[in-house]
Design a protein around this ligand. Structure first.
Ligand SMILES: Cc1ncc(COP(=O)(O)O)c(C=O)c1O
Length: 419
């Protein structure tokens, strides 16, 4: 791969630099220390090709985007957006609280709620504000909130904003969750359907059963499953037949739906209250504009109609996870389009990143706080346009990278046995 893509690992600043001066402008001493700590951890991300501003070369494989169905730039989306921009007259941004019943926003909300199978929906500025706004709306000071340790940062933020009591439980561990509920009483349980760093899937049937038995309210973030799971792409909760058991579903539209926005879904009564209670609905006017919403609607058309895209992602991801597992990567933690190449320490993540980029494979590096410390990884995201030859190339590159880094390779014959 081209010289420009990577620098030798030895050049990379993973060591401590000179001691910082006593005082930087605008920084109290505590902030200076935090920035120095961040600079060490950020070395991995800073040295990643994409973070340095490089584009993925034409002859390389980019498995970096959450656009798994490859809807970005689809003519159906662009036409819908342009038509709306040209035909609908000027639109000034306004707060959610002021949007009328007949606005494009409210029509999209009705459509998405119907598509997923929930009673009501509210369209928000982002997945982040959807989660923070929801927790701020449904939790109160002192409410016990049980949250999976790997749940998305926006959900933790929501707990903090609400002043509720967080009780984290071990990742995907029902016994740990049950113990916490026993100790602190009924409250709100929060999980992601699919976890963004490793692609692990929540045991939703067990979680819903426990919530029912203990009288807990359940929030599921479907950012990485909406559009990809479920018969119609309507999510993992629907796929598992658990719609009646889940109180709230949220998701980011910045993944499969390639749009700027987020959705909160739940009972109509609470959704109505959300519009008047969540602070970003009242105090932020940066709501999606009609042409944004036209793009979301067009993306939803494609999610509903182009089933082949979803099927291709599922098949390709299953093949890739199996083959990379045979090579020695711990891919069994994922059952989704997210294929994690777990490397370990920040330095190992960086070494693997460089080895892959030099051979023309681009993934996204994840280190603490996005993963537990020393469980850093490169995230590959499978998309529907990958051909069999592309997938084989990914495996070849990963095999060569392991050999270069001196990581154990499979015994001869293992691969054939694994089929
Ligand atoms: C699981 C999950 N929830 C919420 C979000 C936040 O969504 P957005 O990027 O739309 O703010 C993300 C995005 O990174 C996510 O991965």
């Amino acid at each position: 791969m081209s010289e420009a893509t990577t620098r030798p690992v030895e050049d990379l600043a993973l060591h401590e630099g000179p001691a910082p001066p006593a005082r930087y402008r605008g920084e109290a001493p505590g902030l200076t220390q935090r920035i120095e700590n961040y600079r060490l951890r950020a070395a991995v991300v800073e040295n990643a090709h994409l973070a340095r501003g490089g584009a993925i070369p034409d002859d390389a494989l980019g498995l970096v985007s959450s656009d798994a169905l490859r809807l970005g730039g689809h003519p159906h989306l662009i036409d819908a957006q342009v038509r709306t921009l040209r035909g609908d007259g000027p639109h000034a941004p306004t707060s959610l609280v002021f949007l009328g019943e007949d606005s494009p926003q409210r029509r999209f909300e009705a459509r998405i709620a119907d598509f997923v199978g929930m009673e009501g929906a509210v369209l928000c500025q982002s997945g982040w504000t959807a989660n923070v706004g929801l927790l701020q709306t449904i939790a109160e000071r002192g409410t016990p909130v049980y949250i999976d340790l790997h749940a998305h940062a926006s959900l933790w933020e929501g707990i903090q904003v609400a002043g509720a009591d967080p009780h984290p439980f071990r990742h995907n561990n029902i016994r740990s969750l049950a113990r916490r509920i026993r100790n602190h009483g009924p409250g709100i349980v929060i999980v992601d359907a699919v976890y963004s760093a490793t692609g692990s899937v929540c045991p939703l049937a067990d979680v819903t059963r426990l919530c029912r038995d203990t009288g807990c309210i359940l929030v599921v973030d479907e950012s990485h499953s909406m559009g990809l799971h479920g018969n119609r792409g309507n999510g993992l909760v629907a796929e598992k037949g658990l719609l009646g058991e889940v109180d709230y579903i949220t998701f980011s539209l910045a993944k499969t739906f390639v749009s700027r926005g987020g959705v909160v879904m739940g009972p109509d009564r609470v959704m109505e209250f959300f519009r008047f209670e969540s602070r970003q609905a009242i105090f932020s006017a940066a709501a999606p504009l009609p042409h944004d919403i036209a793009g979301m609607g067009a993306a939803l058309d494609l999610v509903e109609n182009d089933t082949w895209r979803r099927q291709r992602v599922t098949q390709s991801a299953a093949w890739l996870r199996r083959e990379l597992g045979v090579l020695g990567f711990d891919t069994a933690i994922s059952q989704t389009k997210i294929v994690p190449l777990v490397a370990g320490s920040d330095l190992e993540v960086l070494r693997l990143l460089v080895a892959l980029e030099q051979r023309g494979l681009f993934g996204l590096p994840f280190v603490s706080p996005a993963t537990p410390v020393d469980k850093g990884l490169i995230r590959l995201t499978v998309h529907c346009d990958l051909l069999a030859a592309d997938l084989e190339r990914v495996v070849d590159i990963c095999r060569e990278a392991r050999a270069e880094l001196g990581w154990p390779l499979p015994f001869a014959g293992t691969q054939a046995a694994a089929g």
